[in-house]
Design a protein around this ligand. Structure first.
Ligand SMILES: NC(=O)c1ccc[n+]([C@@H]2O[C@H](COP(=O)([O-])OP(=O)(O)OC[C@H]3O[C@@H](n4cnc5c(N)ncnc54)[C@H](OP(=O)(O)O)[C@@H]3O)[C@@H](O)[C@H]2O)c1
Length: 303
């Protein structure tokens, strides 16, 4: 049985993905900064700030999925926060690679999260695909460095996959939980002019993509992990309000309010272009939730 080690596996994506991998016959272990005695998944410890990583974690792994990273939308982007957002993804990945090389580990696969922020926090008519270059803004820089780190695994002869992930829709956690809180309070409305796109993906589809990346040796390089349905912020909030049977209001939350509250980070809610799912569809993947309404109805079934 092959073992998949997930850094940051205790988070939103890792907790769903670990179940999916186990159901499909893989051993799973987490790489975490915290000892968790309640976890049914074995936890190996690391302290990236001190360059400490339990070598047993690497020895046991056939595949490593790198999900660790400080929350991008959790706090205002001060200088220190920006550093943490970068270091918690890139220095951590470099630490894993150093250990793999030191131990002479014959790792089969390295899979890294990346984000659609690669293409920039902008609203435009363009549909971005995997051959487009990274943008020059902060998230573009984070994703470029994140992927360059992943490419160093490839240069060491390890099959490497990178998922440029959209907003992950899960019942609990992440951006959707914040949106549902607002809608459940009865004050759901678009953000800014509401015409910006929100590239999204249902958590089950994302886990299917990671599972496929673990199993399919022909999968290499960058893949957009987004549903094939282009949804503006206004449509998203309206459909969410409908599914939750709550009111939907105009006017929208004005941009200046969001800019005052979130600073530069407001760009991730006020801006957004379309991102193509064409490459993954052409490779034969069939989305379980290609449309937003069904994705949300699955997550919030009528009681
Ligand atoms: N969720 C989304 O919508 C989305 C979209 C695009 C990309 N992504 C990316 O996918 C990855 C996983 O996302 P997620 O939603 O599962 O994130 P999450 O719920 O925030 O979990 C990330 C995990 O990373 C670890 N972590 C946090 N801060 C860290 C630090 N300073 N140093 C090292 N590890 C740290 C934590 O694990 P321990 O506390 O156990 O160490 C945490 O459970 C992230 O890199 C995220 O940016 C997510």
């Amino acid at each position: 049985m092959e073992t998949v080690l997930i850094s940051g596996g205790t988070g939103l994506i890792g907790s769903h993905l670990s179940k999916k991998l186990k159901e499909n016959g893989f051993n799973v272990a987490f790489l975490s900064r915290k000892r968790n005695t309640d976890s049914i998944i074995p936890v190996y410890l690391w302290n990236p700030d001190k360059n400490i990583l339990d070598p047993e974690a690497i020895s046991a792994a056939d595949c490593i999925i790198h999900l660790a990273g400080a929350g991008i939308g959790d706090k205002r982007w001060t200088g220190r926060r920006r550093e943490l957002i970068i270091d918690s993804r890139i220095k951590t990945g470099e630490l894993i690679l150093r250990k793999v090389l030191e131990l002479g580990k014959n790792l089969k696969t390295f899979i890294s999260a990346s984000g659609i922020g690669y293409y920039g926090t902008i609203s435009s008519d363009k549909v971005f695909n995997e051959i487009d270059p990274p943008s020059n803004d902060f998230l573009g820089e984070v994703c470029r460095k994140w992927e360059e780190m992943a490419d160093r695994f490839k240069e060491s002869g390890i099959r490497t996959v990178k998922f440029r992930t959209g907003v992950v829709l899960a019942e609990k956690g992440g951006a959707l939980e914040r949106m549902t809180t607002v809608v459940n309070m009865g004050i759901g409305s678009p953000f800014g002019n509401g015409r910006q796109y929100i590239p999204w993906i249902h958590i089950d589809d994302l886990c299917n993509l990671y599972l496929r990346a673990v199993k399919d040796p022909s999968m290499i390089g960058a893949w957009n992990a987004v549903a094939p349905n282009y949804t503006t912020n206004s449509e998203f909030m309206r459909i969410l309000a409908e599914v939750l049977e709550k009111p939907f209001f105009f006017p929208a939350v004005p941009s200046f309010v969001l800019k005052t509250l979130f600073g530069e980070m407001s760009g991730i809610i006020l801006k957004g272009s379309r991102v193509s799912a064409g490459k993954i569809i052409s490779s034969g993947y069939k989305f379980e939730y290609p449309g937003l309404e069904n994705a949300l109805k699955n997550l919030f079934p009528k009681r």
